[in-house]
Design a protein. Structure first.
Ligand code: NAD
Length: 439
């Protein structure tokens, strides 16, 4: 085994840094990207004002009977940022640190993402502030059902279409769908099946959705590699977050000869210079809920993880994970944002100064919402598409969006993130100018 990363680290990250306990004004950061993009696009002041704020902010409180017979009150959110391009669209997150501010930021990002991808959707996001690992499966089902019942007709296949995010999955969407069909959508059951995406395939989901976000990340990395003449085979990868996005990205990259040498999740970090068997690790996490206790890796600290010598870093956990210190520590050529908002503006500035390239979240992780759109279309048309069709369409959609980003960045001499916001903004502004403001 080669020297552990701690002995090679050029920079260390203070181990006390747990981002979730620091105050990070995520929504303001997302607003600042809009302001920066607006310098490159002719945006009427009133349109910028509209897009800076969510259209609707919904907060619900609902009681749930727990397994011990006691009742617990939960707080749920649904932020509907924009529906000028189509129904609000975005995930539902279950996390103990979730906040209104985070959901506002994440909902706005969905508006930019859907506009960039040319999807007929707006942006939304929501969820519940609690730790889903701290309740039983039965409790999780009841919490989900009461939450979606409380949302009632504030969601709907042509109005607001939730999907999985951190702490939720296809099973969560199955409970959500069933609740909606048994209450609001009782009569028009077929038409109502598109109320959520990311459902299990048998319940009306689409093949290819489970892996779509990771696949989209890999399309972006491959396209970046092609354009920069960077040979992927034999390269090393580090991934933070080994849930849906992180694990699928690692598995798909492994097939291209890229090996995962360090990985982390909410329980800690592991290092294996020979490369992890990602299929086995994914299976282990599916059975055990985390990477904790996985035998084929050496435990390292968070600061050691960020200093591991590799080629590509895919953050796939939470926002605000790469601050200035982490960005100074990273020993990679490329950061591809699987997570939403993983780089703080300070972190991004350091990456730019150090010449580390960045593929921004609104493009890199847009494969998820793109295939969610395919699921929604199949539900609307009562169709079932083959995997090849989903995959072919996704690849084209990702490469076309990559090209729009690159063209904008070149024309306006700006970074990739602002280019993505710029492309999205052009589309949104055009619609506002054509339709004007009601009445
Ligand atoms: P998930 O719940 O499946 O996995 C989240 C992972 O992050 C887990 O491995 C968890 O242990 C880890 N994690 C949580 N807190 C952490 C911490 N403090 N430090 C290190 N690791 C931590 O969630 P997911 O669906 O894979 O989503 C991950 C990110 O990708 C989020 O930012 C989400 O918004 C974004 N995203 C997800 C999708 C999707 O289709 N699921 C689509 C686009 C973007």
């Amino acid at each position: 085994m080669s020297a552990p990363p701690s002995q090679r680290a050029s920079q260390t990250v203070p181990s006390t840094r747990t981002v979730t306990t620091e105050r990070y004004d995520f929504f303001r950061v997302i607003q600042s990207y809009l302001d920066e993009a607006a310098r490159h696009v002719n945006v009427p002041e009133h349109v910028r004002g509209i897009l800076r704020e969510p259209k609707n902010e919904l907060i619900v409180h609902f009681p749930v009977r727990m397994d011990n017979g006691e009742y617990r009150l939960f707080k749920g959110y649904r932020i509907q940022h924009s529906n000028i391009l189509g129904p609000f669209k975005g995930g539902m997150r279950y996390h103990e640190h979730a906040s209104l501010d985070d959901f506002k930021a994440l909902a706005a990002m969905m508006t930019w993402k859907c506009a960039l991808m040319n999807l007929p959707f707006g942006g939304g996001k929501g969820g519940i502030k609690f730790d889903p690992r701290g309740v039983s499966r039965d409790e999780l089902g009841r919490i989900t059902r009461r939450f979606f019942h409380a949302l009632g007709s504030n969601i709907g296949p042509d109005y607001d279409v939730p999907a999985p995010d951190v702490g939720t999955n296809a099973q969560t969407m199955a409970w959500a769908l069933d609740t909606y069909l048994n209450t609001v959508g009782m009569v028009h059951k077929t038409a109502a099946s598109g109320v959520v995406t990311g459902k299990p395939v048998a319940s009306g989901g689409t093949v290819g959705r489970e892996t779509a976000t990771g696949q989209g990340v890999v399309h972006c990395i491959s396209e970046w590699a092609r354009r920069t003449r960077f040979k992927l085979e034999g390269k090393k990868l580090i991934v933070q977050g080994f849930g849906n996005v992180g694990s699928n990205t690692a598995v798909i990259l492994a097939a291209l000869g890229v090996s995962l040498v360090a990985v982390g999740d909410h329980t800690g970090y592991l290092y294996n210079p020979e490369g992890f068997n990602v299929h086995r690790l994914k299976q282990y996490v599916a059975q055990n809920g985390s990477i904790a206790g996985y035998a084929n890796g050496q435990k390292i600290t968070r600061e050691e993880f960020f200093a591991v010598q590799a080629d590509i870093f895919v953050p796939a956990a939470l926002e605000n994970q790469i601050g200035a210190t982490e960005a100074e520590a990273l020993q990679v050529s490329l950061v591809a944002e699987g997570a939403n908002g993983p780089c703080s503006p300070e972190g991004e500035a350091v990456l730019a100064r150090r010449g580390i390239e960045l593929l921004p979240d609104v493009l890199a992780n847009a494969g998820g919402v793109t295939v969610s759109y395919y699921e929604w279309v199949q539900n609307k048309r009562s169709e079932t598409w083959a995997l090849e069709e989903v995959e072919e369409r996704l690849e084209k959609a990702m490469l076309d969006a990559y090209d729009r980003m690159s063209q904008f960045a070149k024309t306006h001499n700006c970074g990739n993130r602002i280019a993505c916001y710029g492309v999205a903004l052009q589309r949104l502004v055009q619609v506002y100018v054509e339709r004007e403001i009601f009445p």
